[in-house]
Write a new protein. Structure first.
Length: 282
């Protein structure tokens, strides 16, 4: 995952569409003055008529701005939660470190966080996770002419390695004895590889899949190795917010049962990989 300590928080309002989420820049208030509310199902919301989601941009294919709209796999899944609650989703673009501490949940800025975030015991101390919705692996991406075929080659050939700051990918390679160049966002990671600041990068494989959909990237780069680190993604809510946690879990289970999860996976990730559907989604 990622962090951007200097960026101001941005607010984006979601409107439901058949093809997915469409998000437009907007102010924080709602038509009724912006006060909180409780849905018919007993879920308390920080803003009436909307489900406020914290994320961090960009992190394709989970959330990123495409043609001026914030879209992605996470966005579409949380749209299902909002639909079940009878409200619209609003997205706040915030620093990633807030997701690990639960700061924006605790302060009442957001109802939940959706940011392709790995479930860890350390993070569980500060937030409550939904059921896992995605099994993630790490990928080593290199230039096709690099001669690097694995993470072991990166080490043995003393190749300069890059990773995204404050992510589990960065943690993993540090644990393997690397001192990676840290980049603040996934876009910066790819740019570092393009410009030769680093010769290899480690980042979540679905992100790499998204990059390689672009022909120029596919022509230039290749996956040297996939590393199964046993990571699972989850959405987070404020500690003790069981009503919303249950609502998220129900939406995920329903999406898996009726085929919506598979459809969204194929739209945003690529060919459906049953192993990427976590036990909770199976």
């Amino acid at each position: 995952m990622k962090t951007h300590l200097g960026r101001r928080t941005r607010v984006l309002v979601a409107t439901t569409a058949t093809a997915g989420m469409v998000l437009l820049a907007a102010c924080t208030s709602t038509d009724d003055g912006g006060g909180g509310s409780t849905t018919a199902g007993g879920v308390e919301l920080v803003k009436a008529g909307q489900l406020t989601t914290c994320t961090h941009l960009p992190y394709p294919p989970f959330q990123s701005e495409i043609d001026g709209k914030v879209q992605g796999f996470d966005v579409a899944l949380i749209d299902l939660v909002a639909d079940d609650l009878g409200v619209k989703q609003q997205i706040l673009d915030t620093p990633f470190e807030n997701f690990k501490t639960g700061a924006f949940l605790n302060s009442g800025e957001c109802d939940l966080a959706a940011a392709g975030m790995t479930i860890t015991d350390e993070r569980k101390k500060n937030v409550d996770f939904s059921d896992p919705y995605f099994n993630a692996t790490q990928a080593v991406l290199v230039a096709k002419d690099s001669g690097v075929g694995s993470l072991a080659d990166v080490k043995s050939e003393n190749v300069k390695l890059g990773a995204q700051a404050q992510t589990t990918g960065e943690d993993y390679v540090k644990g393997e004895g690397f001192d990676p160049v840290s980049f603040e966002s996934s876009d910066a990671v790819l740019n570092g590889l393009r410009t030769g600041q680093v010769k290899a990068v480690v980042i979540d494989y679905p992100v790499v899949q998204g990059w390689l959909k672009d022909k120029a990237n596919a022509d230039a780069f290749t996956v040297a190795e996939q590393i199964d680190t046993g990571e699972e993604y989850g959405f987070t809510v404020k500690k003790g917010n069981k009503a919303l946690q249950d609502a998220v879990n129900k939406a995920l289970a329903d999406a898996k049962a009726d085929g919506t999860y598979k459809k969204l996976y194929e739209q945003w990730i690529g060919p459906y990989d049953e192993s990427a559907a976590s036990p909770a989604a199976s």
